[in-house]
Design a protein around this ligand. Structure first.
Ligand SMILES: Nc1ncnc2c1ncn2[C@@H]1O[C@H](COP(=O)(O)OP(=O)(O)OP(=O)(O)O)[C@@H](O)[C@H]1O
Ligand SMILES: [Mg+2]
Length: 512
């Protein structure tokens, strides 16, 4: 009888500790060539940690990695690349000022074999892009690409280096449904050519649609390995959390203190137009109002001006014309601090770029915007007890899982970072919450938590502007939905009159 060939990737007994904390506890993971394998688990379960071991970025305290049966040395990123391990990280690692081709070649010359010639590289990039259906211009600057475009560059970078084991850490967290479909086509094409793919995602319907096998981690341990076809989304959620989870909906929430239709507008945007640095119109004569006790959902395919609208409202970008009235005050040209003083809270889309200072502690990030205010400072001195008290309160209320308030935010799992952002924004009892993709990268339980928090703000009488490309999220939480297309609002719907089909048409820019 023929012996079965060993799996392409075989990780055994991986153990990783940070101080006294065990992030991976005897983890086994085997993936065959041509297999798409889902790695699941709650925020902080240890998924990214395991993948960093595979990529040679972390040396485990115990365990071994075999590639096609051979035990390989660990702890060298270069060695991992040579073995054909390619990684698309949760946070892209591209240099924004360089071109696609320059980024792809970056670091290659240090192998000492050759200095890459950019023309040859560009040609090879075009070839690879064509083979796997990746839409990429080798000469484009990274800073000018969409997030989906940058992700394709990361995939291409791995392929360029000969990856045969490709790891994608939450690749769809930043994509629209259409873009995610495009990515799945690429991944299926790669698997058909024999690439082993490890796919990390919190979206269980994607896991069901795309993958062949699943491994579930809970608190650093493998709790299940199964064929995807032999399980279902509900079963997976139960394995991840160890309990049943229900996602909250507006119907289940307590009614707001002020009925939305009777409420005064907490936010009025009038005829707002915003141009970007190149003079292109990003927000096109938008008018909308958010009442106290009301959640207004802004739906739309990513890149249709939603982000620019949110940035103008919170004061992060300039307004070309029109007005923004917050709590009765014209804040069109007001600095951010003034808006925060009027009761604005912002949950930004990109927590790494705009929300968190990663080397700083959880405590300092939480108090960041308030450090000069009483009771946190007196006579120019920081009052440590008040600051520590706030940090502990927010961490407890928002279930931030960490070793303590002094752990640096950069070392938290993605979901816990988002809880810090959320806790900071919502713990001040805001009157208007501008939430942009608030559940991005969060697990099922944490998503339910965020949604419950937004509904609680609504019940407390705050207005919420919810910008999301996830239609499910918009539908579950909004009293009213507006749809943006090419910078303009192209339609509006109240909760009572929601039609998903009409919403879809409006999102595609077709009058409905
Ligand atoms: N450098 C570090 N120092 C201290 N703790 C760390 C470090 N890196 C990770 N951890 C901890 O290890 C645990 C696992 O983190 P990891 O990033 O692997 O989680 P994850 O499963 O990828 O979660 P998410 O779904 O939120 O991305 C977390 O509790 C995290 O705080
Ligand atoms: Mg992670």
């Amino acid at each position: 009888m023929q012996r079965p060939s060993p799996p392409l990737l075989d990780m055994r007994g991986i153990r990783v500790t940070f101080g006294g904390f065990v992030a991976n506890d005897g983890v086994d993971l085997a993936v065959d060539a041509g297999e798409i394998h889902a790695l699941l688990g709650e925020n902080g379960a240890g998924k990214s940690t395991l993948m960093r071991v595979l990529a040679g970025l972390l040396v485990p305290a115990a365990g071994e990695v075999r590639i096609a049966g051979d035990i390989e040395p660990l702890g060298s990123a270069h060695e991992a690349m040579r073995l054909g391990i390619g990684m698309v990280h949760q946070h892209f690692m591209l240099v924004p000022t360089l071109t696609v081709a320059e980024n792809v070649c970056l670091g290659l010359s240090s192998t000492g074999r050759f200095i890459p010639d950019l023309k040859t590289a560009a040609a090879k990039i075009r070839d690879l892009a064509a083979t796997y259906g990746l839409d990429i211009d080798p000469n484009a600057r990274i800073a000018d690409l969409s997030i989906a475009g940058q992700q394709r560059v990361e995939i291409l970078k791995a392929l360029y280096r000969g990856a045969r084991i490709l790891v994608l850490d939450e690749p769809t967290a930043v994509l629209t449904p259409q873009e995610a479909e495009g990515l799945f086509r690429i991944l299926r094409a790669l698997a058909a050519e024999g690439t082993a793919i490890i796919f990390i995602s919190h979206k269980l319907n994607e896991v069901m649609a795309l993958t062949d096998k699943v491994t579930v981690l809970r608190q650093g341990k493998v709790v299940a390995t199964a064929l995807t076809a032999e399980t279902d989304a509900r079963g997976l959620a139960r394995m991840m959390v160890g309990a049943e989870i229900a996602l909250p909906k507006i119907e289940d929430a307590p009614a707001p203190g002020v009925p939305a239709e009777a409420a005064v507008a907490i936010l009025s945007v009038m005829d707002l137009t915003c141009r970007d640095a190149r003079g292109l119109v990003r927000v096109d004569r938008v008018s909308l109002a958010v009442g106290a006790g009301e959640i207004v959902g802004v739906a739309g395919v990513d890149g249709n001006g939603q982000q620019e609208l949110a940035e103008a409202i919170v004061g992060l970008s300039m307004v070309t014309s029109g007005r923004i009235i917050l709590a009765g005050v014209d804040v069109t040209a007001a600095p951010i601090a003034r808006r925060i003083g009027l009761g604005l809270a912002h949950i930004p889309e990109d927590r790494h770029r705009t929300a968190l200072v990663e080397p700083m502690s959880i405590r300092d990030n939480i108090v960041l915007e308030r450090i000069g205010d009483p009771p946190f400072s007196r006579g120019g001195w920081m009052r440590r007890d008040a600051v520590a008290g706030l940090a502990e309160k927010v961490m407890a209320a928002f279930d931030v899982r960490a070793s303590g308030p002094l752990q640096s935010v950069g070392t938290l799992s993605g979901g816990n970072q988002q809880k810090v952002v959320l806790g900071r924004a919502l713990s001040r009892d805001p009157r208007l919450v501008v939430a942009v993709q608030p559940a991005r990268g969060l697990d099922v339980g944490a998503t339910a938590f965020v949604h419950r928090q937004l509904l609680a703000r609504r019940a407390a009488g705050a207005g919420v502007l919810l910008v999301s490309t996830e239609l499910e999220e918009i539908l579950a939480l909004s009293d009213r939905i507006v749809v943006m297309f090419k910078g303009a609002i192209v339609g509006e719907m109240t909760r009572a009159a929601i039609s998903v089909e009409r919403l879809g048409l409006m999102m595609a820019g077709r009058a409905a």
